[in-house]
Design a protein around this ligand. Sequence first.
Ligand SMILES: Nc1ncnc2c1ncn2[C@@H]1O[C@H](COP(=O)(O)OP(=O)(O)OP(=O)(O)O)[C@@H](O)[C@H]1O
Ligand SMILES: [Mg+2]
Length: 247
Amino acid sequence: MEQALLKINHLHKTYGDQVILKDFNLEVNKGEVVVIIGPSGCGKSTLLRCINALEDIQGGEVLLDNEPVRKENKNISKMRQKIGMVFQSYDLFPHKTILENILLAPIKVQKRNRSEAEQEALELLKKVGLADRRDDYPRQLSGGQKQRVAIVRALCMHPEILLLDEITAALDPEMVREVLEVVLSLARAGSTMLIVTHEMAFAKAIADRILFLDNGEIVEESNQPKDFFKQPVTDRAKAFLKTFDYE
Ligand SMILES: Nc1ncnc2c1ncn2[C@@H]1O[C@H](COP(=O)(O)OP(=O)(O)OP(=O)(O)O)[C@@H](O)[C@H]1O
Ligand SMILES: [Mg+2]
């Protein structure tokens, strides 16, 4: 059987006395695209933040390539480099150019050779249609363009898995598509991704597997996304999908 790239075993996460994730288990194989959907506050972002140890956890473990990802571990910086993360807000440095934003971590953290990293950054920028913006500053770019830069910045670190948390949530509708196209092409090229999204059509198109979360638990899981969206099994998933009917 194929060895899972990411394994989450019995993860337990609380904030104070509020339980956010209870006995959460998940395996993601290399090349797999797993999409997580669910109501606001059900724990999607918390889950992604636990995966790269941005949160303290109260039980269980996260393994990448069978190695624990834990805040306390000496190798946590190395482990985090294997986990690319893109959020709703792109967090580019305003006083650095697009190219410098992308090169910062590869050069400073990974100690890569500048010209080699630069060549890769430029190739990636070209792939997302932004080669000519390398010397611009973030304020000169649209939201969709900045988000594409944020994706390139994550890719330039050569992550083994990409975690995407509602990366189009802050964008105007006409910019959503250009960002989702980039993510779709990554999926087709075999990237392993864990995606949180409220874009149901996108989820249906890109997912190898859908997880529907509610109250920190996987309520429904399907490796037939089209069937899931057409005919969810649980009442909770049915009720959730109904809220998108106006679209
Ligand atoms: N730093 C924090 N301190 C205390 N509670 C928190 C903190 N971060 C999140 N929570 C709580 O944890 C729960 C899960 O939040 P989370 O952000 O993971 O939800 P989500 O599924 O990503 O929601 P959304 O779709 O709105 O982004 C919520 O009840 C939230 O209020
Ligand atoms: Mg969230």
